[in-house]
Ligand binder design. Structure first.
Ligand code: D5M
Ligand code: FE
Ligand code: ZN
Length: 530
């Protein structure tokens, strides 16, 4: 029996219009019922008044009451899917889908995906009982800062403590105060936050480092072969400089610069079954440019057998377009009230299978403070979004999904990293390279006082304490991914077509892509829905 895909879609939208979302299998069963319309009426009638979700059991109970045909749908019986599948090397050659060493990472993945399709996946492959999801580093409800100067001092002290610990094994460092009283000509090393970095008239570079005892200058001579490294330095990041003190001990001549970085080899976590997560961001509901069609194609696909393993959906911020985020933004708003935007977003969320585990963090368009870390939504917005049992946590947050650690961060600092790094190291066409820089700095938003606003907290939640298996960001609206020292960095594109601003600066967003991550292999396939 071939069930046309449309009927699943119709079931989903019919249920959504009545305020329910539904488990995938529930939808399949309803679509396959003799009389789907009356079966829907039946389950809605049967569902508890305050229920938000139609479960497979609800549908079975209703269908059992009437003699039903076998509603099972075999994988492979499906008629063609409207989707175009793209391997990672397909959409953006050669810019994306390459790892740091320049190795293409696409072909193997495509082959693997083909294998999967042959293996077939049926809705019954979903196994909620095997799901494991935990969130670390969520600062929702933990904010302590009042914005006083002393609060900033605490944040930076914590940043220094934690990042310098990562560097301590690599250099024999001394505090700034101690270095100042060492004999001229001695070998010395200092770990500090970058106070200043500038080039001198003769083409060398001067770096001023600060620790809790004071500041000390380091001079990087142009013949040291460190130009590339100096290029990567961002203000306020933590690094180590190693070298020799000048004869008068007033400056450190640098021989080497070290970043906290992530180890080159490590064995990460993997799921012990075949299960996948869709990594998306920047939905921007409420904008005139929100691509509702692409979104619905995506959520329709989530209801197909092919998407059965997609048991998790991670959303890295900018769920809605917000209001007053950028100048003249109101001219492009479809919905002008932020709460109504979330209500509309909730409608779109209902299209996602009800038995999908969802984790969301806010972005700069969402209704929380702009300064990072951003706490998860307040009760009012949570209650609008409770159509789906989603976990709403802070930006950034670390989400461990069946053993795979995913660092989710919206990505506002990427604009700055891209602006300040040479083209080859980070660009809008290769946003994952900017992510490599953040991994190297072990901090999601090193620079203070620039474009990215940082809130003072007793702890620097923006430090990347534990090395993740996957780093997931959005914000720049460009799709890009690759591996850095074994960490898969994914920037997930968006669901918003080009805005006037983006047109004016020649940014062409990657709209309607869903990177699908295999949690058992960490291989990725990108699906296109636009
Ligand atoms: O930002 C999406 C991308 O576009 C991100 O790289 C910032 C940039 N952007 C978008 N609008 C503006 C304005 N008006 N000024 C500066 N940069 C902008 P998102 O925050 O997701 O809309
Ligand atoms: Fe965005
Ligand atoms: Zn954004």
């Amino acid at each position: 029996m071939v069930v046309p895909l449309e009927s699943n879609t119709r079931v989903v939208s019919e249920l959504a219009s009545r305020g329910y979302n539904a488990d995938r299998e529930a939808v399949t069963l309803l679509a396959g019922a003799d009389d789907p319309a009356s079966a829907i009426d039946g389950v809605v009638e049967r569902a508890a008044a305050d229920a938000l979700r139609i479960t497979t059991e609800d549908v079975r109970a209703v269908l059992a009451a009437e003699p039903a045909r076998d509603a099972g749908v075999e994988a492979g019986e499906r008629t063609e899917s409207p989707l175009e599948t793209e391997g990672s090397a397909g959409a953006h050659p050669p810019a994306t889908g390459r790892d740091a060493s320049g190795e293409a990472s696409g072909d193997g993945q495509r082959e693997r995906d083909g294998q999967r399709e042959r293996d077939g996946a049926s809705p019954s492959d979903r196994d909620p009982s095997r799901r494991e999801l935990s969130v670390g580093n969520d600062m929702t409800g933990q904010s302590t800062g009042t914005g006083e100067y002393a609060d900033f001092v605490r944040t930076f002290r914590d940043r220094y403590e934690r990042l310098s610990t990562m560097l301590r094994g690599r250099v024999n460092h001394r505090p700034a105060e101690a270095i100042a009283s060492m004999a001229g000509g001695s070998d010395a090393a200092m770990i500090g936050l970058v106070n200043d970095v500038r080039s001198t008239r003769s083409g060398h570079w001067l770096i001023e480092l600060e620790d809790s005892t004071g500041t000390f200058p380091a001079l990087v001579m142009k013949d040291k072969g460190l130009a590339d490294v100096v290029d990567e330095i961002l203000l306020d990041e933590c690094l180590a400089v190693q070298g020799t003190l000048a004869d008068d001990a007033g400056i450190l001549f640098a021989d080497a610069i070290h970043f906290p970085d992530v180890p080159r080899t490590r064995t990460g976590g993997r799921a012990d079954r075949h299960v996948q997560a869709a990594l998306i961001s920047d939905v921007h509901v409420g904008s005139q440019e929100f691509m509702a069609d692409a979104w619905s194609r995506f959520t329709d696909w989530l209801h197909t057998p092919e998407a059965a393993p997609v048991e998790y959906l991670l959303v890295a911020g900018d769920m809605v377009e917000g209001v007053g985020v950028y100048p003249n933004q109101d001219e492009e708003l479809d919905v002008v009230d932020i709460y109504e935007q979330y209500e509309l977003f909730a409608e779109y969320l209902k299209e996602v299978p009800g038995d999908t585990e969802i984790v969301m963090i806010p972005g700069n368009h969402d209704a929380v403070r702009l300064a990072e870390p951003q706490p998860g939504f307040d009760e009012e917005i949570r209650s609008i979004l409770d159509v789906h049992d989603a976990q709403i946590v802070s930006n950034p947050a670390t989400v461990t999904v069946e053993g795979v650690e995913v660092l989710m961060y919206h990505g506002v600092s990427l604009d700055e990293v891209i602006a300040e790094q040479p083209e080859a190291k980070a660009s809008y066409d290769e946003p994952h390279r900017a992510m490599y820089q953040l991994l190297k700095k072990r901090h999601v938003a090193p620079q203070f006082g620039g474009h990215t606003r940082v809130a003072p907290e007793s702890r620097d939640y923006l430090v990347i304490d534990s090395v993740p298996d996957v780093f997931h960001t959005g914000h720049v609206h460009k799709l890009g991914w690759g591996k850095y020292h074994g960490v898969l960095a994914v920037n997930s594109g968006c669901w918003q077509a080009q805005t006037d601003f983006q047109r004016s600066v020649n940014i062409s967003p990657d709209v309607g892509y869903a990177p699908i991550l295999d949690l058992d292999t960490l291989e990725m396939t990108v699906r296109k829905f636009s």
